[in-house]
Design a protein around this ligand. Structure first.
Ligand SMILES: Cc1cc2nc3c(=O)[nH]c(=O)nc-3n(C[C@H](O)[C@H](O)[C@H](O)COP(=O)(O)O)c2cc1C
Length: 307
């Protein structure tokens, strides 16, 4: 008998055919990846963090491979909200999967503006709020590093939109659970974690030899940290859905995140090595559930809860 396995999940009201999506900033707006994988098979798409005005980003070098990972200092290069709405979203909306737009800003007003503007756009089903951006009104400290500021920001965004809000947490804090709780109290519908870890390395290869790169560390070397941060949030009793990410390369990695208690996963750095990683993880989840005689991903998640 060929029983259909149900991989669908509902994250904060966003219905996804499976729990796998790209991590913001590693998938652009889908144009390049559309030639390398079947976007219509994904659970959702998440855009590059988009700002009010276009941003060129940081000068080169912006990427360095390090043992077990990657350091990036892209600097939120993006074409700005108006071009994203007129040129990028109509394309991304054509795959029949939910489109989540990641937003970032330098002031609370920027976030409010972006939220209001995007709430008018038909293709969008949810927003991911990147709170790792520096808050210029607070001397450049990231919005997500202070629970009071993070809570106030999410509250202001909540005031102007009914769209589901997924708050993307930075791991560069002493206590991530306190930030998650502040986001929940201010009206977040889900949290996603982890963003990259602040890191620095010296470049030894011929191009840019001797220069330092300071940026965000991602990839398999951060997976144990991501799993620990997820546990901290679960232990603090945060009840809203979690989207887990950080170093997922294979279905086994994704299963560890589900065991840790997330409802969905995002995949970033792995796609640079193998653009089909997301599709392979989706296929792998289906195979795993079949082998375990489970019929749905929610059954697997219920099983993890009981552990
Ligand atoms: C090149 C690159 C660009 C990124 N840009 C963003 C971004 O614009 N917004 C954001 O929230 N996270 C950004 N991230 C972080 C990822 O979304 C993700 O949180 C992190 O890389 C951990 O997942 P991974 O190990 O699967 O890549 C970026 C990561 C990389 C590697």
């Amino acid at each position: 008998m060929n029983t259909k396995i149900d991989l669908s999940v509902n994250i904060a009201g966003i219905k996804m055919q499976n729990p796998v999506m790209p991590a913001s900033g590693t998938f652009g707006y889908g144009e390049e990846y559309s030639k390398l994988l079947d976007i219509s098979k994904l659970g959702a798409v998440v855009t590059k963090t988009t700002t009010r005005e276009p941003r060129e980003g940081n000068p080169q070098p912006r990427l360095l491979e390090v043992p077990g990972g990657l350091i990036n200092s892209i600097g939120l290069a993006n074409p700005g909200i108006e071009e994203v709405i007129t040129k990028k979203l109509p394309f991304l909306g054509g795959f029949g999967v939910p489109v989540i737009v990641s937003i970032g800003g330098e002031t609370m007003k920027d976030y409010q503006y972006l939220t209001e503007r995007l709430s008018e756009v038909e293709e969008i089903v949810g927003l991911e709020i990147n709170i790792s951006c520096p808050n210029v009104e607070k001397g450049g400290m990231a919005f997500g590093q202070d629970p009071e500021v993070a809570g106030r920001l999410i509250g202001k965004i909540r005031e102007v939109s009914r769209l589901p809000l997924i708050v993307k947490l930075t791991p560069n804090v002493t206590d991530i659970a306190v930030i998650a709780q502040a986001a929940v109290e201010a009206g977040a519908d889900a949290v996603s974690l982890i963003n990259t870890l602040k890191a620095k390395a010296k470049i030894r290869s011929r191009l840019h030899k001797g220069k330092w790169i300071i940026g965000g560390l991602s990839g398999p070397c951060i997976k144990p940290i991501a799993l620990e941060k997820i546990s901290e949030i679960k232990e603090a009793g945060v009840k809203i859905p979690l989207v887990g990410m950080g170093g997922i390369m294979t279905v086994e990695d994704a299963l560890e995140f589900f065991e840790a208690g997330v409802q969905a996963v995002a995949i970033g750095t792995a796609t640079f090595r193998n653009p089909r990683t997301m599709e392979e993880v989706i296929e792998g989840l289906e195979k795993y559930l079949k082998a375990q005689k489970l019929f749905s991903i929610t059954e697997l998640q219920e099983k993890s809860k009981r552990r």
